[in-house]
Design a protein around this ligand. Structure first.
Ligand code: HEC
Ligand code: HEC
Length: 241
């Protein structure tokens, strides 16, 4: 497969401008402070470019599955990206893409409507591109970062992961179902590659350390002692839930 050897910094910005140019015309009509929401099904067309038409995610574009996420969690993340609380660390090349796009959700009402729309999506839709073609995991570009790929000394071991998960379960629930009262999202519908990256991001201070990121800070504190092997074990276990 042909690959473009371009750093993502170069590629991301023009790609995002193209996307913004392709935004539904309706987005222009809603002032940032207004209480009117852009119809979520219209705005989601832009999200689908990376997250898939059924919210199934795309490893190739580093965009996680959204189907299966709770509305309150999606809403918080969209605020965090828009308000530059998430996605601003210089090493956070994936978060930066999302941060740029999040400007399209111009007002809080739009963010809320979009979050509720996403929460209604059924997890597990087939992975396919917008043209209905099967998805490959090959990246259209190489991004130069230690976070572009994850590997652990040994393959993940679910039994060891179950032990390590005991602490996680206090917040995320014994079955990874999430707990809104503790602000902790569901983990069971997240793809392994996305989880691995987020756990590294939290551990290494790439996510969760910005001023104002109260919830990310909790998770960052919880991940300080994780080794790459423990991350792999945890993910192997979470996959069984
Ligand atoms: C240019 C590609 C792209 C587009 C378009 C895009 N996203 Fe994303 N999105 C990403 C990437 C990449 C990430 C992963 C960021 C990371 O690794 O931290 C992400 C992350 C997210 C997250 C955080 C998920 C989590 O588990 O914390 C949410 C929510 C989200 N996107 C919603 C949206 C919505 C809603 C839209 C449409 C308005 C959208 N995205 C458009 C690429 C995109
Ligand atoms: C003190 C409570 C707490 C504990 C314990 C905890 N987490 Fe979290 N976790 C959170 C919160 C809160 C968030 C949401 C952060 C945000 O809003 O950005 C989160 C986010 C995450 C995410 C990111 C989800 C996404 O969609 O991007 C993953 C993955 C995760 N936790 C896994 C774990 C694992 C694995 C453990 C055990 C090692 C763990 N957590 C322990 C509170 C906790």
């Amino acid at each position: 497969m042909m690959r473009l050897f371009l750093p993502i910094r170069v590629l991301t910005l023009p790609a995002a401008w193209l996307l913004l140019g392709a935004a539904p015309a309706a987005a222009q009509m809603y002032a940032p402070g207004s209480g009117d929401a852009v119809p979520p099904e219209q705005l989601y067309e832009v999200c689908a470019f990376c997250h898939g038409p059924g919210g199934q995610g795309s490893e190739r574009l580093d965009a996680p599955a959204l189907a299966g996420m709770e509305a309150w969690y999606v809403e918080r993340q969209l605020h965090n990206f828009r308000d530059r609380v998430r996605g601003m660390h210089p090493e956070d090349l994936t978060g930066l893409q999302m941060s740029i796009v999040s400007g399209m959700a111009r007002n809080d009402a739009t963010i809320r409507a979009l979050s509720e729309y996403i929460a209604d999506m059924e997890p597990g839709a087939a992975l396919e591109t917008l043209n209905g073609e099967p998805v490959t995991t090959g990246r259209p570009y190489i991004w130069h970062s230690e976070y572009a790929d994850f590997s652990s000394p040994e393959p993940g071991n679910a039994e060891r992961g179950a032990q390590a998960y005991i602490t996680c379960g206090v917040c995320h629930g014994p079955n990874g179902e999430g707990n809104e009262a503790l602000a902790s999202p569901r983990l069971t519908d997240l793809q392994d590659w996305y989880q691995a990256r987020q756990l590294q991001y939290f551990r290494d201070g790439i996510r969760g350390r910005s001023a104002g990121d109260i919830f990310g800070a909790q998770m960052s504190a919880m991940s300080q002692t994780l080794t790459d092997q423990t991350i792999a074990d945890l993910i192997a276990y979470i996959d069984t839930l």
